[in-house]
Design a protein around this ligand. Structure first.
Ligand SMILES: Cc1cc2nc3c(=O)[nH]c(=O)nc-3n(C[C@H](O)[C@H](O)[C@H](O)COP(=O)(O)O)c2cc1C
Length: 164
């Protein structure tokens, strides 16, 4: 079994989750940012992570997702300022799945990631972003130890699914 963990991360939150997933894997494995992945062939499963940007997938991650080969097993993970399990981060996963149209998406995991307080101040002033800006205030300190432990559980579940 050969596993690739790849991620896009601007402020380090998604990278922390990527590292936790990587640590949980007991097979041959690689970890690198999406910008450094040269080939996507030869992996039994690819874990691909991104921060939610404007309810969607940032372009660097989207570019990577679009070229995942047909039939490739993929598990997505993301971090977001808004509350876990909400409608807003779900939209971003739906977008990721629509970009990976030919891939075999095994599952996804989302957890919170703290947002720069200056960014939050800006969001609260913008009608378009107010909804998640309000939620984002309580994301401080995330991803925390519990979030990273949940990410490891997710990794184990996805590996078990990929081996079937
Ligand atoms: C430009 C920008 C747009 C964002 N848009 C959203 C959003 O729509 N919904 C949300 O929940 N969080 C949003 N966030 C918060 C990030 O998703 C969150 O802080 C994430 O953990 C950052 O991950 P990173 O440290 O790996 O870059 C946004 C952050 C930035 C900088």
């Amino acid at each position: 079994m050969k596993v690739l963990v790849t991620y896009f991360s601007e402020t380090g939150n998604t990278k922390k989750v990527a590292n936790a997933i990587y640590e949980a894997i007991d097979f041959e494995k690689e970890i690198k940012p999406v910008q450094e992945v040269k080939k996507t062939e030869g992996y039994d499963i690819i874990f691909c992570g991104f921060p939610v940007h404007a309810h969607s997938v940032p372009s660097k991650a989207a570019d990577f997702i679009k070229q995942i080969p047909e039939g490739q097993k993929v598990a997505f993970f993301s971090t977001h300022g808004s509350l876990r399990g909400g409608q807003l981060p779900r939209q971003a996963f739906e977008h990721a799945i629509s970009l990976a149209i030919k891939a075999n998406v095994l599952g996804h995991f989302g957890t919170r990631g703290q947002v720069n307080p200056k960014v939050i101040d800006m969001l609260l002033k913008s009608p378009e972003h107010k909804a998640w800006g309000e939620e984002a205030q309580s994301a401080i300190g995330h991803p925390d130890a519990n979030d990273l432990s949940d990410a490891k559980t997710f990794a184990a579940e996805m590996i078990a699914k990929a081996r079937k």
